[in-house]
Every structure is written in C-alpha cells, then in structure tokens.
Design a protein around this ligand. Structure first.
Ligand SMILES: N[C@@H](CCC(=O)N[C@@H](CSC=O)C(=O)NCC(=O)O)C(=O)O
Length: 277
C-alpha cells in the first residue's frame, strides 16, 4: 500500500493511496480525506461511489467534499469505479468496462475474473481502511449516478453494514434503462432473473432493513427521462412503505456543480446517523 498524493485541506489532509486488490486482481487507487478530528480519536467513514467515466479523482477534486468532512469529523473514502489495467477486460464505450464497474460481481466472461466491485467496496476496501487509518468501524455510503445506484444496492444488500445511505441522480432501475440493460447483459448474462439481485427497485421489495433513502435529483438532468427515472424508485418505495426522501431540484443538471450545491445537506444527514457531531 503506497500513498501517492497528500494535500493539506481544511485542517485535515486529502490523500490518494494505491494498493494491490486481492478481490479485483489488479492495482487500485482510492482517495481518502482525513479530518482534523482524528487528532482527538477515531472517526467514522463515509464511502463515496462515483459514476460512469470517473476514477478516484472526480469527487475529491470537483465536489468540495473536504470542507464538509472537516466540519463533521468524517473520514471520506472515494474508490475508483472499476478494476483497471492492461490485463483487465475493457470495452470501446464509456458505459461498459473500465470506468463502469456498476458495483456488482460479474458472472460472465470476460468480466468475471476482475469485475467484483461489490465485494471490493463492501468488504476488501473497508477492511483495508479500518486497518490503515483510525476509523471507528461505523460506515455510511453515498454516490452519484451509477455510483448512486451502487450506494443504494450495497446498502440494501447488506443490512446493518451502513448507518445511512444517500444518492445524487442515481440510476434506480437498471433492468429497465439502457445503461443498466447494457451493463447487466454483459456482466450478468442475458437471463434477467439474475439481474434482480443487483437492481435497487427490485431489492426494495425484499429488503430486510428499512434504512431511509435520501435522494437528490436535478430537474434539468440530461439523463433524467432515459436513464434515471426516479419515479420508479418512488413507486417501489411506496409499494413497500420503504422510507424515501426524494428531492427534485429544478434547474440542476447531472454534473458535479449539482453535487457540490447539495453535498452539505447529505453530509449533515450522514453525520447525524454516524453520531459524528
Ligand atoms: N457521455 C458522457 C457520460 C459520462 C458522464 O456524464 N459521467 C458522469 C456520471 S454518469 C453516470 O454514472 C460523471 O460523473 N462524469 C465525470 C465528471 O467529472 O463529471 C461522457 O462520456 O462524458
């Protein structure tokens, strides 16, 4: 494990680390913000899952996360979005392969040998973070778009593992939209019954923990009607009385300008759940 960046920020430090992932079978990078409160003792961790085309840099350089993490005393970990490297399968499009891991465990060739992002973000990365940094073992998760869907799915699939979950402009029903259908057919195969266990709207029906979902969605999002369709999440939650706070933000698009505008509210939500302050 090697630290490759370190920048003082808001009294803490923004770092980037590289390590060999046993689960993914390749070298991986993640960003970690270490807040000033670590001088007083261990802090809880928020995991951030980024969207299509992102790596560990997008969130830490574009969102302004550091000021909020420092205000609440949260460690924030932002991994890459897929396995990477010359020996890792890839595709010619931005929405499949490297940069588009969808936070699931692939079962189909040529993806299955490296694409195990669910197990990476749920198990391997937290174990590594909690060994390497003074973390309390309390975790929350958030993300954007493909990563917003990833946050919803890892929380729904792993009851008790996260104190809170939130998402910006998430894909909510991948089985029913083009981004998800393309990725799931490749990673999981054409048999749609195997898709259900990786689809947030499907998982709401069988959830064993009714962890409240906080979702913000821009009204001027260029992907709103084709890929995101938040009304499908509303319907799934209504049907099960699953708690959902979905806020539509008129005029906002899909970009990090939107995320930066409402990140303070998500961080306050997670900090309260983590009893960080
Ligand atoms: N065609 C676009 C699509 C890429 C894009 O918009 N990526 C978003 C996430 S979309 C869903 O997961 C993103 O976060 N981009 C990175 C950023 O820093 O804004 C393209 O190829 O550009």
């Amino acid at each position: 494990m090697q630290r490759i960046e370190s920048h003082a920020s808001y009294g803490g430090v923004q770092e980037v680390w590289q390590h060999e992932s046993r689960v993914l079978g390749c070298s991986m990078r993640f960003g970690v913000y270490l807040p000033p409160q670590l001088q007083l003792g261990p802090c809880p961790v928020l995991y951030w899952l980024s969207g299509l085309t992102c790596n560990e840099q997008n969130f830490i350089t574009k969102s302004g996360i550091q000021q909020h993490a420092a205000a609440h005393g949260l460690i924030v970990v932002a991994p890459d979005t897929s396995p990477r490297g010359e020996g890792v399968a890839n595709a010619d499009s931005y929405d499949l392969g490297q940069g588009a891991g969808f936070y699931l465990n692939a079962t189909q060739a040529p993806w299955a040998s490296h694409y195990r992002m669910h197990d990476y973000v749920v198990d391997e990365l937290p174990a590594l973070v909690e060994r390497q940094f003074p973390a309390t073992g309390l975790r929350s998760v958030s993300g954007h778009s493909m990563g917003g869907h990833g946050a919803l799915v890892v929380a729904l699939r792993n009851p008790g593992r996260y104190r809170s979950v939130s998402a910006f402009s998430p894909i909510v029903a991948p089985s029913r939209v083009p981004w998800g259908q393309k990725a799931f057919a490749a990673y999981l195969g054409e048999q749609r019954e195997h898709w259900r266990e990786w689809d947030a709207c499907e998982l709401i029906a069988t959830a064993r923990e009714r962890l409240p979902l906080l979702v913000d969605q821009g009204g001027a999002d260029e992907f709103l009607t084709r890929e995101l369709q938040p009304e499908l999440l509303e319907q799934a939650c209504d049907a099960q009385a699953h708690p959902l706070l979905l806020r539509r933000r008129e005029g906002y698009d899909h970009s990090y300008y939107f995320i930066a505008s409402f990140l303070a509210e998500h961080m306050a939500h997670h900090a309260q759940a983590l009893q960080a302050k």
